[in-house]
Design a protein around this ligand. Structure first.
Ligand code: KDG
Ligand code: MG
Length: 403
């Protein structure tokens, strides 16, 4: 089965997405998500200019060889743009293989290891009261695990907090990134109080998670982890900026709160030290940024040796194609931990009709051949790309900081 073409499709149904559609001479096509939030056009250009021409005429069934060609064959390796592009090609080829064989992708990986994929939803509030109530709303919706974020008292625009009742959406439309303010001290004081209130009001059955979003120094993260121990979190995420993995050594010495990291990683090399030294508990590299299914199955095997489980990123900037690919992987992978699930808008769901379903706190990818996701090109044409960026952050005195 030869690859005859590939289309780089950019649309904005609710938010911007880049979708790769690989076509074959047997009439089958496969989809991959190539969205990199706020950097969409960079990945689209890398695909159109440097990847798609190299795919034409290749055998679509040779997934591993094509992965090695795109990764090992390139002198300039790694990095989010390159790896998002490779991931999209890889995902599309697994979709094609599943369709060609008439089997869902999870079956090609080794079959289901569980009946459903435990997911966590996002509760956030512009005040602590609102965040506590939102956790209750998610429990009522059937979620067994909930991430909780609240605005820092006295500060507008904290990470993780939506503007209105809608799902939190971090990218903002505009020509340049919006600016936000962060303050370490009030943040660190407030988070343990938030989780104490959630435990008081909603009990101990629900798994609770929190995302620091790269904003603490190792010693600060160590203290926050310690302060949260009595609330028994499922995980504390991205406690420090993860370009310096050695920082996790210090955090690990001080706290038993489980640690998750990796949504911005893109190859196993980003995670190797953390796995080898058992400095983390969950790895968040998703299929669409972590080299596709082909690379992630190796990463997961290496992680398993270090007692690390998966906990894939699944925010709204990962399209339903990425979500479906994640769910097939999650249903199979032996060392599965949890899957993030931030519901997409109705516009997004309409452009990407999908087979995955939510029930009783679990998602299932469905049994359609391949990934079980489509792309409605005619509908997508009604939503043209609009520039949008992730915000940047400063401290109160104007110093640039990690967002
Ligand atoms: O594009 C960036 C978002 O996906 C990220 O800020 C969301 O940290 C995030 C999460 O854990 O979902
Ligand atoms: Mg995160």
């Amino acid at each position: 089965m030869k690859i005859t073409g590939a289309d780089v499709l950019i649309s904005s149904p609710g938010r911007n997405f880049v979708t790769l559609r690989v076509r074959t001479d047997e009439g089958l096509h496969g989809l991959g998500d190539a969205t990199l939030n706020g950097r969409e056009k960079a990945v689209a250009a890398y695909l159109s200019e440097h990847v798609v021409p190299c795919l034409l005429g290749r055998d679509a069934s040779r997934i591993e060889d094509i992965w090695q060609y795109l990764y090992r064959g390139a002198y300039w390796r790694r990095g989010p743009v390159t790896m998002a592009a490779i991931s999209a090609v890889d995902t599309a080829l697994w979709d094609i293989k599943g369709k060609a064989l008439g089997r869902p992708v999870y079956d090609l990986l080794g079959g289901a290891s569980r009946d459903g994929v435990l997911v966590y939803g996002h509760a956030s509030g512009r005040s602590m009261d609102e965040a506590v109530n939102e956790v209750g709303r998610y429990i009522d919706l059937g979620y067994r695990a909930v991430r909780a974020q609240s605005a820092i008292e006295g500060l507008a625009g904290t990470y993780g907090v939506g503007k209105g009742k809608d799902n939190y959406e971090p990218a903002e439309r505009g020509a340049v990134p919006a600016e936000t303010v962060f303050a370490t001290r009030p943040y660190m004081d407030q988070v343990p109080r938030l989780f104490e209130r959630i435990r008081d009001e909603h009990g101990w059955e629900t798994e609770l998670l929190h995302d620091v979003h790269h904003r603490l120094a190792p010693i600060e993260a160590a203290r926050l982890g310690k302060d949260l121990e009595s609330c028994r979190l499922f995980w504390l995420e991205d406690a420090v900026a993860c370009d310096n993995p050695e920082g996790f050594r210090l955090i690990r010495q001080h706290t038993t709160t489980p640690l998750a990291v990796g949504e911005v990683f893109n190859t196993v090399h980003d995670a190797k030290l953390l796995i080898d030294e058992q400095l983390i508990d969950y790895l968040r590299m998703p299929v669409c940024h972590g080299g596709g299914i082909t690379h992630l199955r190796k990463v997961a095997a290496i992680a398993d040796m270090g007692f690390v489980r998966t906990g894939f990123h699944g925010a709204t900037d990962l399209s339903p194609v990425a979500m479906a690919a994640a769910l097939h992987f999650d249903l199979w992978v032996p060392n599965f931990g949890i899957q993030e699930y931030m519901r997409h808008s109705e516009e997004t769901d309409a452009v990407f009709p999908h087979a995955y379903t939510f029930e009783d706190g679990y998602l299932h990818p469905g049994d359609a051949p391949g990934l079980g996701v489509d792309y409605d090109e005619a509908l997508a044409a009604k939503y043209p790309y609009e520039p949008a960026f992730l915000p940047v952050a400063r401290l109160a005195d104007g110093t640039m900081f990690n967002w």
